[in-house]
Design a binder for this molecule. Structure first.
Ligand code: OGA
Ligand code: NI
Length: 379
């Protein structure tokens, strides 16, 4: 569709409107996108509509039929099998930044339970959700629609329950909504264990001792970011999550069977098709820094769909804040004359501060941490 004809079909795209006022009015409902779909609306509000240039570009966007690598974690304690798995992890982390894992030892029942609990929370008592509605990051359990609602160019079609530091000793499960308290606690226990196993494999894939990344406390501190993507009446006009890379060392994503996650590979969008019982793993920004660009933190997004709701849970392994703050930079053992440090040392505080200062879709976030500033800014 030409932009001009798109403007005819969607005259609101061409009109000026008071975006901030609309954002505030929507935010004040504290009911999120689910509140809109419950009201049965046929057209999505303007705040969710992507700019015409972006919609036009989308039509020319190449798609790929390639598949994200699937890695079977069965038998990783048997020496030969482990060697093969480490090699598969290495190739996936270098070439894709994304892979799926199966036979990861998290029971299907625990995964299904986690998703079911979130469904109960999102579709349950409005008052419980409103009580938790905030963007205050000091709150360990918070519910909102778009953490970057006032910073992004276009709002995303999703609501999110965020649970920080669930695995720390000081976390009191009583602060979790009762609808998903037990299921979330159980899933968190399992996913932390899987995180340890993945960091060991990733350390070995970098040619380091298995406990290297864990000794750096990368596996400490996990945040569960639980998304609820309601069915969208005009999916071609918006996104479930804008293109971004993740603000952590590593992310493990549990998704239901609907599918909508896409990753960039060789300049094309690739669908991450759900595998029953599978989990998606991706290298995130901080591990790209530690690995001195050997491993890639790849841009990804979630498209909007008529089908739904879609539920997913991103477990961000993002380290924990210490006093004094720990510096993180390229791992010394990976540096040489041919491979000088691409990044300077940074603290988690500095990184997280930058992430929340902008909208989710901010590109080339890592450039400002580079030892030498680069001019090219590709995606
Ligand atoms: C994220 C994310 C993907 C999904 O939370 O960072 O990319 O499928 N989620 O919900
Ligand atoms: Ni992400």
């Amino acid at each position: 569709m030409e932009i001009s004809s798109m403007r005819q079909s969607f005259p609101e795209l061409a009109m000026d409107y008071d975006r901030t006022a609309e954002l505030k009015a929507f935010d004040k409902t504290k009911a999120g996108v689910k509140g809109l779909t419950d009201a049965g609306l046929k057209h999505i509000p303007k705040i969710f509509v992507r700019p015409p240039e972006e919609l036009a570009e989308e039509l020319n966007c190449p798609r790929s039929n390639l598949r994200v690598p699937v890695i079977d974690l069965a038998g990783i304690d048997i020496a030969d099998r482990r060697k093969e798995t480490v090699e598969e992890v290495k190739v996936a982390a270098e070439k894709w930044g994304f892979f799926q894992v199966v036979n990861h030892e998290i029971p299907l029942k625990v995964m299904d339970g986690m998703i079911h609990g979130l469904r109960l929370f999102n579709e349950g008592d409005q008052e419980v959700k409103k009580e938790l509605y905030t963007r205050d990051r000091r709150r360990k359990v918070r519910f909102n629609c778009n953490h970057d609602l006032y910073k992004s160019q276009t709002a995303n079609w999703r609501d999110t329950l965020t649970i920080s530091m669930l695995a720390s000793d000081s976390f009191d499960p009583e602060i979790l909504p009762v609808s998903c308290r037990e299921t979330t606690t159980e899933y968190a226990r399992h996913v932390m264990k899987l995180g340890d196993a993945l960091f060991d494999l990733l350390s070995e894939a970098l040619g380091l001792k298995p406990d290297h990344l864990r000794a750096m406390e990368c596996a400490k501190g996990c945040t569960l970011v639980c998304h609820y993507y309601p069915p969208c009446p005009e999916p071609e006009l918006t996104l479930g999550a804008s293109t971004h890379s993740d603000p952590s060392f590593l992310t493990v994503l549990l998704q239901d069977q609907i599918g909508a996650l896409q990753v960039i590979h060789e300049d094309q969008w690739v669908d991450v098709e759900p595998i029953p019982g599978g989990l998606v793993v991706n290298i995130a920004d901080l591990l790209q820094i530690l690995s001195n660009d050997k491993f890639k933190s790849i841009q990804h997004r979630v498209v909007a769909k008529r089908a739904g709701p879609r539920i997913s849970v991103a477990c961000f392994f993002s380290g924990h804040l210490t006093v004094p703050p720990k510096p993180y930079g390229p791992i010394k053992e990976l540096l040489s004359e041919e491979s000088p440090p691409v990044y300077r040392e940074i603290t988690l505080d500095e990184y997280v501060g930058r992430f929340f200062a902008g909208g989710l879709e901010e590109k080339n976030k890592l450039d400002c941490f580079k030892t030498r500033k680069v001019a090219d800014a590709s995606f």
